[in-house]
Design a protein around this ligand. Structure first.
Ligand code: MN
Length: 360
């Protein structure tokens, strides 16, 4: 199977991944007018997908927020982050569009045959083929084919809740089996649960399940941790990860930890790095429009510097920015909370794009 044969069915034009008729319609139309000025959205989008062999970078939206549920709304992240990015001019790279999202679903392994067949008919007008239907499954399979057909392509993915990083990182890692790879994970939370309420794939467990691709603690580094029921030693000893907690970063300063991260990746001769950025790694004064904002967090400028230095020394070939939920307005951050979060999210997205090599 080729990516181009399924892309038009599994993905949709940028901004259309959230299934809605009227909510945020003007935002979607504004975005699409900028992207496709002559108005033929679907044709233009498909035309771009046919030229991926000459592209180096691409954006992908994964507007799925079924993987957690404390406060949803990260499904709007991809549209609103793109919209915010447009304010300073478009990112000079192809947009693959959004993964199609049936908002009730997470991963196909949780579905019975009857449901799979029914959703296939709804999404693809047929259930003849065994195509995936759930957002995480569609995301993983799309990227597997994308990396198979265009191995040069580096993708910046916009989530979605953090469960989307499971398929994103898995597809990225599996397409690089012969390479020494590393993961740099910014987050307030460890996301290292084995399961939550009996469900093994969710926003709090994706890191636990991608550890198999990063078997050495120097390969999986978490930055910004501060909201967890257990000590750092518990996670590091039992789960083979390295953690740099926010409290330690406040004490010793980010430059110290940038050096730590660079030397850890060097010790392991890392060839390619994936960066996953949960916006709640940042202090809630910068990022309150998210499901689980946390205070005493990181400074965005310091994070941008860490991203920059890592990309200077290592080949960063995949990134995601997740948990941006533009409609959430916590009462500790009235009025400006959402605006500030979106501006901050755009600056992180640009830093990640630059890390991939985009002149952003
Ligand atoms: Mn997370």
């Amino acid at each position: 199977m080729k990516f181009i044969d399924v892309a038009g069915s599994w993905l949709c034009p940028p901004g259309e991944g959230v299934f809605t008729v009227s909510t945020a319609k003007e935002k979607r139309e504004h975005l699409q007018k900028k992207y496709y000025p002559n108005g033929v959205v679907r044709e233009e989008w498909l035309k771009n997908l046919k030229n991926l062999q000459t592209e180096k970078f691409a954006i992908l939206g994964v507007p799925s927020d079924c993987g957690g549920g404390i406060l949803r709304g990260a499904n709007w992240g991809p549209l609103f982050i793109r919209e915010e990015l447009l304010k300073d001019g478009m990112l000079p790279c192809t947009d693959l569009g959004d993964v199609r999202v049936v908002p009730h679903l997470l991963h196909d392994k949780y579905l019975n045959e009857k449901t799979l067949s029914s959703v296939r008919k709804a999404l693809f007008d047929t259930d003849k083929n065994s195509w995936p239907v759930s957002p995480l499954s569609l995301c993983e399979e799309s990227l597997r084919l994308l990396y198979q057909d265009y191995p040069q392509l580096k993708v910046l993915a916009l989530g979605g809740d953090h469960s989307v990083s499971y398929p994103l990182v898995k597809a990225w890692a599996e397409s690089r089996k012969k390479k020494k790879i590393g993961l740099l994970h910014f987050d307030a939370h460890t996301d290292l649960l084995e399961q939550r309420l009996g469900i093994d794939l969710n926003f709090g467990s994706w890191t636990y399940h991608v550890r198999e691709f990063f078997p050495h603690p120097d390969q999986l580094i978490q930055v910004g941790i501060r909201s967890t029921g257990k000590e750092r030693s518990h996670w590091e000893k039992n789960l083979n990860v390295t953690q740099h907690w926010a409290s330690e970063i406040h004490k010793k300063g980010m430059p110290f930890y940038i050096t730590e991260v660079l030397s850890a990746f060097k010790r392991k001769n890392i060839e390619e790095v994936y960066i996953s950025f949960d916006i709640d790694a940042l202090d809630s004064s910068f990022a309150s429009a998210t499901g689980t904002p946390e205070n005493k967090g990181l400074d965005p400028v310091a994070c941008v510097e860490m991203i920059r230095q890592v990309s200077k020394e290592f080949n960063v070939t995949g990134c995601d920015l997740v948990e941006v939920a533009p409609f959430i307005n916590h009462n500790f951050a009235p009025n400006m909370g959402q605006e500030t979060t979106m501006m901050t999210a755009a600056s992180i997205a640009r830093a990640l794009a630059r890390a991939l090599g985009v002149h952003a």
